[in-house]
Design a protein around this ligand. Structure first.
Ligand code: DGL
Length: 256
């Protein structure tokens, strides 16, 4: 079976890596829309249109039979729309991340960090409140500087530390115990975040999505093919391709 994984850029490679490691025989095609990243500052209509174009490419050009949206921004707006339009199973990252947050939080003080569009959508709050049996304290912070820091490979720099402090300090003062990385770029900042705020249980959707895919009954039979598509060059692309995608072949394509 072939699946298509897409993100606005390179962040979703954290999800790609996790899926590729867990399902070695699955054929996996990754599309990073690097020409149009970030999605997180765009309107819902634009995010939905771009997401449809990514899914269409993976389904019609690569033969993907299921889609994983490895982008919280696109997952917040487009899971049902893509499932409806293309009639294939679609897994986003918001539900798996929310489930895991509820599992690991001891005090029910959960913070979600993500792009402006993800936070504005309220997708995590809605999922957390629907699934929780207890009253939660939910905090939501948009962290728009994190994506460029990751795309510029500055994840362990003084700038990264400053940005992490700027966005997370008030969450730590409020006694948050669980921090949901509601953007697939953010796992690359995990070391800096844990160094500064070791008290946070960090939820990384690239780790928890596997359980969802297993439950969805996905057939993992295939030839273990891997291919990456990007819509433009990106500074971190080569490095991350080797680090997260075992040097899988890359092609630059145009959308739509
Ligand atoms: N990786 C995307 C996400 O998970 C964020 C990057 C962007 O703004 O496009 O939300």
């Amino acid at each position: 079976m072939a699946i298509g994984v897409f993100d606005s850029g390179i962040g979703g490679l954290t999800v790609f890596k996790s899926i590729a490691e867990h399902f070695p025989t699955l054929d996996i095609y990754y599309l990073g829309d690097t020409a149009r990243v970030p999605y997180g500052n765009k309107s819902p209509e634009t995010i939905i249109n771009y997401s449809i174009e990514c899914a269409r490419y993976l389904i019609s050009e690569c033969g993907a039979e299921a889609i994983v949206i490895a982008c919280n921004t696109a997952s917040s707006y487009a899971v049902d729309i893509i499932a409806d339009r293309f009639k294939v199973p679609v897994t986003g990252v918001v539900l798996p991340g929310s489930e895991q947050a509820l599992r690991v939080s001891k005090k029910g003080k959960i913070a979600v960090i993500g792009t402006r569009a993800t936070i504005r959508s309220g997708s995590y709050r809605a999922a957390l409140e629907t699934m929780s049996e207890i009253e939660l304290d939910i905090y939501e912070n948009a962290c728009p500087l994190f994506v460029p820091i990751v795309e510029e490979m500055m994840t362990e720099s003084p700038i990264a530390e400053l940005a992490v402090k700027m966005y997370l300090d008030d969450l730590s003062k409020k006694g948050v115990d669980t921090l949901v990385l509601g953007c697939t770029h953010y796992p690359m900042l995990k070391r800096t975040i844990s160094k500064l705020y070791p008290q946070f249980n960090i939820v990384d959707s690239s780790e928890v999505i596997i359980e969802h895919l297993i439950k969805s009954g996905l057939s993992t039979e295939g030839r273990g093919l891997r291919k990456l598509f990007f819509t433009d060059e990106s500074p971190a692309m080569e490095m991350l391709r080797n680090e997260l995608a075992a040097g899988a072949p890359v092609e630059i394509i145009s959308l739509p």
